[in-house]
Design a protein around this ligand. Structure first.
Ligand code: AMP
Length: 296
């Protein structure tokens, strides 16, 4: 009965097929590859918003078939972090993915990803050093582990990630190249709310008052990027960001830094393309953001 009803629905309203095992995922991806179709992967931790859906739409432009994964990855959270309270909504995610044109949802269980006796880790350096790598020391090793597994499980032609997590994107590019994983890693600019706040599943932790204050992070970064592009020294511009976001009600500031856009090496001036990156706490939410700095 449901299949008859589903058959009458337009493609965008069809229920999204879901697989939970590597075997089922590989069977579908191999079938597509055998038919000569290319496959894109969009890894996520769910609680999807328009930023994630923009990745899916970009993936559709880059490949014939799109797989989105939803997996809240325990190995990238420290014990005191928000793994348990991270928002989860598979039904909502599934219908959003379907309406964005995704073809398959891969939603493995923690046990399937990390079976009893799992004993392997990946150590990442280079772009993983400093920034979030200092304040969340377990994160990029956990990201490298889960994304490597997802790449090997799905064997996509291309994978799409957001520049919202700019350091993560650089880390993924690095280990994919270092480990000779045959996947093209594509980045997509940050999708923002109308007031400039970067969309994030963690914005759900903000109270109404905190939500109203949060966009100052992006405004301060954009103004500093303009000053840096005009030749200002990093020390002065970074201090201005700290002062402004503190005045706006941000509590602890993990970092505000200027880095080379490609290598993420710290720089004191933007003499070539650079990236201004920050992480700071607004109430219970740790917000991150970054903007390009393009010298004239
Ligand atoms: P997450 O579910 O937060 O782990 O993010 C999954 C993917 O979505 C990552 O590649 C993120 O960089 C990307 N992403 C999250 N928020 C945004 C956003 N506002 N704009 C663009 N990409 C995003």
């Amino acid at each position: 009965m449901t299949s008859l009803a589903a058959a009458r629905l337009p493609e965008s309203e069809q229920p999204l097929p879901v697989v939970r095992s590597v075997d089922d995922l590989r069977a579908q991806v191999s079938a597509w590859h055998r038919d000569g179709k290319t496959v894109a992967l969009v890894p996520t931790m769910g609680a999807l918003h328009d930023g994630h859906l923009a990745l899916v739409r970009r993936a559709r432009e880059l490949a014939d078939q799109v797989v989105a994964s939803v997996f809240v990855n325990p190995t990238q959270f420290a014990p005191h972090e928000d793994f348990d309270r991270y928002p989860r909504d598979e039904a909502g995610d599934s219908s959003k993915l379907a309406s964005a044109g995704c073809h398959l949802l891969y939603a493995p269980t923690v046990r399937a990803m990390y079976p009893e006796g799992f004993a392997t880790a990946i150590s990442v350096g280079g772009p993983a050093e400093g920034l979030c790598g200092t304040f969340r020391p377990q994160m990029f090793g956990g990201v490298a582990l889960v994304v490597t597994k997802l790449f090997l499980q799905a064997q996509p032609d291309v994978a799409v990630f957001g520049e919202k997590d700019y350091q993560q994107l650089m880390v993924i590019r690095r280990f994919a190249r270092d480990l000779d994983i045959p996947v093209r890693v594509e980045g997509l600019p940050t999708v923002r709310e109308a007031d400039g706040l970067a969309m994030s599943s963690r914005n759900a932790y903000l109270s109404a008052d905190e939500r109203a204050r949060a966009p100052e992070l992006n405004r301060a970064l954009r103004d500093a990027a303009t000053a840096l592009a005009g030749g200002a020294e990093a020390a002065t511009a970074l201090e201005a960001v700290r002062t402004r976001i503190t005045a706006a009600g941000f509590g602890s500031i993990d970092y505000v830094e200027l880095r080379d856009a490609d290598t993420l090496v710290p720089v004191t001036r933007a003499e070539r393309p650079a990236r201004l990156l920050a992480a700071a706490w607004m109430g219970k939410a740790r917000l991150i953001d970054n903007v390009p700095v393009l010298p004239a």
